[in-house]
Each structure stands twice: as C-alpha cells, then as structure tokens.
Design a protein around this ligand. Structure first.
Ligand SMILES: NC(=O)C1=CN([C@@H]2O[C@H](COP(=O)(O)OP(=O)(O)OC[C@H]3O[C@@H](n4cnc5c(N)ncnc54)[C@H](O)[C@@H]3O)[C@@H](O)[C@H]2O)C=CC1
Ligand SMILES: O=C([O-])CC(=O)C(=O)O
Length: 254
C-alpha cells in the first residue's frame, strides 16, 4: 500500500519515525504541509518526496493520512475521496459537521473510497461501538490537560468548557477531537468537560457510558508529543495500528 501524509507535525513525525525504522508495514513516501520545511524534514527521514499540493499526491497513493487540522479536513478531504483515494482522518472534529459528513459519505460511496477515524487519544471506542447496538442513556468525557497543552497559563484548576461535543470541537479544534470520535462511535453528541489542571503533566481523558449493556468507565493518562503538547502519543499510535490493521486478515475488537 502506498501512503502519503497531509500535515507534517507531531503525529506525522511519530508515524514517519516508525516508517524510517521499517515498522510501518506500508510505503510512506509522500509528504505535504503548507509549511514546506516541515514536509522536507519528514521526507528526508524516509527518502520520500515533498509535494506542493495535495492534488499532486492523488495519482501516487492508495491512502492519505490527514494529520493537519479540522479546517484541512473541510478543504481537502472531499478532493481526496472524490479521487477514490482512502483517508485516515485525525482531525475528527470536522466530521461532526453533519452536512460535511453526509457529503463525504456520498462521495466515498460514489468513488469506492473509505474514510477511517482511528480511536485516537482515547480508550473505550471499542466498547462504545458495541454498546451502541443497544440504547445508550448517557455518554460523557472529562478531559484534563496541563494548562500549556490548552494554550493558557493558570496556577489553579480551571473549567474551560462544559457542554456538548459539537460546540466543544468548534471552540477547541486542536484539543478535543476525541469528543467527536466518541460521539460518532455512539451516534449521539457526548457531554464534554475540559479542565486546565496545573497539577497534571499528562493529557487525561475519562469516559463514562451508561446504556442497555450496563456501564463502563475508562481513564487514559497520555504522555504528550514532544513536538506538540496538545497532542498525545497514543493518537499517533492509533493511526499506526489502524494502518497496520488494513493489511491484517484477522481483525480483533469491534
Ligand atoms: N483524533 C485524535 O484523538 C487526535 C487528533 N488530533 C488532531 O490531529 C491533527 C494533527 O495533530 P498534530 O500532529 O499534533 O498537529 P501539529 O500542529 O503538530 O501539526 C499539524 C501540521 O499540519 C500543517 N497544516 C495545518 N493545516 C494545514 C493545511 N490546511 N494544509 C497543509 N498543512 C496544514 C501544519 O503546518 C502542521 O505542520 C490536529 O488537528 C489535532 O487536533 C490530535 C490529537 C488527538
Ligand atoms: O491528544 C489528545 O489527548 C486529545 C486531543 O488533542 C484531541 O482530541 O484533539
């Protein structure tokens, strides 16, 4: 499988490191970022090629990994899917926009393409998907990050947001994509609380789901990417695992 990356920041950096060590299981060769130096830096690690636009990638790859921003999803994903090229989307928040998601779903069907949203920085997506087969009564996410990860400075714990996932991803587009993934997995907008907490040095996510199946709680304490403290290492690992699973014959988990 030939793969390209859109957005050469923290997540792309981890994925490319795996490719450079021969541990990705696919050919990662093409790099695009609006900051060309970032694309050049990653391309040099795997003897890859820097492209000057995403359109230039479309006849060269089977799959594009988006690791850029929700805005990039809106601008670029329709073009990629329209060309029949599969996508892994990290900026899942954009997919909570019903109009965009329905347009992409139609384009994907017409062009025989697939859109994958990895579980990202969160634990429990497998369970919530299974739970959604029955009725889900409530689903909530509490995200606690060091203030620096949320772009603020404070000595005290501060609740920055309390509300539904749809609004959260618009207010914190680079920090709470996990809320969108959870919402899409369970088929309803989850309740979200975002806390800046100077007492923690990890990105933490607590998920609580109650439904006809019973109840579950998960807690994730994520190490942060050295290149971008907003982003957890697990998010990059989940994209790598998803990529590997596309070539597996035995699929474990929902
Ligand atoms: N699904 C999940 O669980 C998670 C999702 N994310 C999301 O994944 C995305 C990537 O995260 P990071 O690698 O940490 O971000 P980053 O900020 O480290 O890197 C993003 C790169 O994309 C480039 N970029 C942004 N918009 C672009 C555009 N329109 N066209 C071309 N290049 C563009 C930037 O120049 C930058 O180099 C972000 O949207 C982030 O919010 C991050 C963590 C978890
Ligand atoms: O990486 C994380 O912990 C979560 C995150 O930034 C996101 O969901 O956008």
């Amino acid at each position: 499988m030939k793969v390209g990356i859109l957005g050469c920041g923290a997540i792309a950096n981890i994925i490319t490191n795996f490719a450079a060590e021969g541990k990705l299981g696919v050919d990662l060769n093409f790099f695009y970022d609006r900051d060309i130096e970032r694309a050049e830096n990653l391309a040099s690690q795997v003897d890859g090629t820097v492209l000057l636009s995403i359109e230039d990638m479309l006849d060269k790859v089977d799959l594009v990994i988006e690791a850029a921003s929700p805005q990039a999803v809106r601008e670029v994903v329709p073009t990629v899917i329209g060309a029949g090229v599969d996508m892994i989307v990290m900026s899942v928040g954009a997919l909570l926009d019903n109009e965009l998601r329905e347009r992409l779903d139609k384009l994907a069907k017409e062009n025989n393409a697939k859109i994958y949203a990895p579980s990202g920085a969160i634990v429990g997506i497998d369970g919530i998907k299974a739970a959604s087969i029955g009725k889900i009564q409530s689903a909530s996410l509490v995200t606690r990050k060091p203030p620096r990860s949320l772009g603020i400075s404070t000595d005290e714990e501060k609740i920055l947001y309390e509300g539904k996932a749809g609004d959260a991803v618009l207010k914190f587009p680079m920090n709470i994509n996990v809320a969108a993934t959870l919402s899409l997995a369970c088929g309803m907008e989850v309740d979200v609380k975002i806390i800046a907490d100077p007492a923690v040095d990890r990105n933490m996510h607590e998920v609580h789901v109650i439904g006809e199946f019973g109840e579950f709680k998960t807690i994730t304490e994520n190490l942060r990417c050295s290149m971008n403290p907003k982003t957890s290492v697990l998010a990059a690992y989940s994209a790598i695992k998803l990529l590997k699973s596309l070539n597996e014959t035995i699929h474990i988990g929902t």
